[in-house]
Design a protein around this ligand. Structure first.
Ligand code: PLP
Ligand code: TYF
Length: 397
């Protein structure tokens, strides 16, 4: 049976991570995978998470099955964080949220749901996009195309090309959009561009599927949700995948949520019933621990306040690493203008390094960067930034 099984390709990001882990060089630096590290280069356990975990341990609760759609207050909290408390989908009972296994689980649940409704729809993802988007929607049975996004010449968004591509797609296509902190480029549409996109999506009856995995890492929790809130007010069907993996540093707990915005409250219970059926046949019901932590934070104003401050600290540390990187690249003799690093949002910087330069850094300096040139700025710190800047300056010469 298994003799003919071919070897599957490695995930380009997680595969690089494995390679990094087996690299014996002590000075190695991992700027590959999108994970936040603190100023000491360690993955943090947020103090607010540690405190809530202590409270939960003191309560020592039994571990029953959760409902198929997860913890009710977690789902309500996820909706509010996403939409605010006064948005029309919330007040009109048009938002249906289910707890998911991370943002990835939300994308897959949403993709499977859409496949049951419109199997022949085209799915459009950005060029480039998160590595998993294409495979995930293809596995769900869709044809996936890429809309223009990044313009290497301007190191910015090719908004005109993006819009004309989306105009030419068949009506009612599914358009996957990064709500903020675009992975991998760090380049987001402006507020005005989102407005134009909203009008285009409505006119074409496209179905937005927004992916928000870095809420709070761009400008702030509410600011980073602005595009979701704008599209959610358009009265069109829409899906949103939320991930709390980064914002709570709970990567391994698989904390995410799928929100479906319906166009009529009468649709909402039926949509929920179908999402529950999909969850039931996939994993039965979601895990408790991470969602308990997150819903406790959502439910206690003091904890929530503490969390927003800890998130702000992560955001500001990344911003300060962006500034220092630009300064240090100059100090080490880079003559090109690197100020684009300051404009990019979130954890990543699309550095413009070629694959050859990336490989040189890996082989000669034990600095791991994705082949696309994507750098995880959140992995820089006072101990490694000078070495990294010096090495990048060398390969840029
Ligand atoms: N979507 C994007 C754009 C991401 O960068 C990530 C990163 O992990 C995810 C989704 C998946 O999030 P999770 O780890 O919660 O599944
Ligand atoms: O883009 C990243 O680095 C993060 C982490 O299959 C990640 O989103 C990467 C690959 C993957 C899952 C998570």
């Amino acid at each position: 049976l298994f003799d003919s099984v071919p070897q599957a390709p490695r995930d380009p990001i997680l595969g690089l991570n494995e390679q990094f882990n087996t690299d014996p060089r002590p000075h190695k630096v991992n700027l590959g995978v999108g994970v936040y590290y603190d100023a000491q280069g360690r993955m943090p356990l947020l103090p607010v998470v540690a405190q809530v975990e202590q409270d939960l341990a003191d309560q020592s609760a039994a571990r029953g099955y959760l409902p198929i759609d997860g913890i009710h207050n977690y789902n309500l909290g996820a909706q509010q964080l996403l939409l605010g408390s006064t948005s029309s989908p919330l007040t009109e009972q048009r938002a249906v949220t289910v707890q998911s296994l991370g943002g990835t689980g939300a994308l897959k649940l949403g993709a499977d749901f859409l496949q049951s409704l419109c199997p022949n729809a085209t799915v459009a993802i950005s060029n480039p996009s998160w590595e998993n988007h294409r495979a995930l929607f293809e596995k769900a049975g869709f044809t996936v195309v890429e809309y223009p996004y990044y313009d290497a010449n301007t190191r910015g968004l090719d908004f005109e090309a993006m819009c004309s591509f989306l105009e030419q797609l068949p009506d009612q296509s599914i358009v996957v959009l990064h709500a903020c902190c675009h992975n991998p480029t760090g380049i987001d549409p402006t507020a005005e561009q989102w407005q134009v996109l909203a009008e285009l999506l409505v006119a074409k009856q496209h179905i937005p599927f927004m992916d928000i995995a870095y809420q709070g890492f761009g400008t702030g929790l509410a600011e980073d949700a602005a595009a979701v809130r704008l599209l959610a007010e358009q009265g069109i069907p829409m899906l949103v995948s939320s991930s709390f993996s980064k914002s709570f540093a709970l990567y391994g707990e698989r904390v995410g949520a799928l929100t479906v915005i319906t166009t009529d409250a009468a649709q909402s219970p039926r949509v929920l019933s179908q999402l529950k059926r999909l969850a039931r046949t996939n994993y039965s019901n979601p895990p408790t621990h991470g969602a308990k932590i997150v819903s406790t934070v959502f439910g206690q104003p003091e904890r929530f306040q503490q969390w927003t401050q800890e998130l702000q600290h992560m955001r500001e540390r990344i911003q300060s690493m962006r500034q220092q990187l630009v300064v240090k690249l100059k100090e080490h003799g880079v003559v090109q203008n690197m100020d684009f690093i300051l404009q990019q949002k979130g954890m990543f910087s699309y550095s413009g390094l070629s694959q050859e330069q990336v490989h040189t850094l890996r082989d000669e300096d034990a600095i791991y960067i994705l082949d696309t040139g994507r750098i995880c700025v959140a992995a820089l710190n006072a101990h490694n930034i000078d070495t990294v800047a010096a090495a990048i300056a060398r390969v840029l010469r």
